[in-house]
Design a protein around this ligand. Sequence first.
Ligand code: ZN
Length: 203
Amino acid sequence: MSESLAELPTGGTVRPITRWGAEVMHHLPEPVTAFDDELRSLVADMAATMYAADGVGLAACQIGRDLSVFVFDCPDEEDVHHRGVVCNPELFLPVGRDRKLDDGDEGCLSLPGAFVPCARPTYARVQGQGLDGSPVSYAGQGLLARCLQHETDHCHGTVFGDRLNKRSLKKLNKQAAAVAEEYGEAWPAERRAPVPGVPGQGS
Ligand code: ZN
């Protein structure tokens, strides 16, 4: 898995993070077809925004762009970091007896400060295209598996709230509402106040 330490473009601008409820987060985004400087610039902004928000992944819709691309920088189950850019991601999950579920907590930078358990397969593989349009594939377990699934969801117009039962969704929304004041509309481009004790697992 050490081959998956691709470099993310640097020098981007931290953008305000788009929240759940904005239309761009809840429909199928446009595929990436032009692997040009504009894409590189967008991805640099996505990486800058992900790091500013202490996230492990971020999709274009989360900074308001209607395009199927995500970035990630996330540890796997052995705490080995993986990072990369995936355009037009397709997800492959284990089936049959290889399919095991992890009921760990999940959060989303587009609903900051809230975490509830969300059952996901323990292993995931994502296939798509890199910044230059060449084929890329990333796979792993642990938080990385969760992250790859979460970001691919974003690139398919889904948020993890869509996967929760009513009770979990209510709990999630309640948590988010309780800390909403700490995340102003411009977050993380501007921070209102230090956010206490929030684990850096959102994506
Ligand atoms: Zn998310």
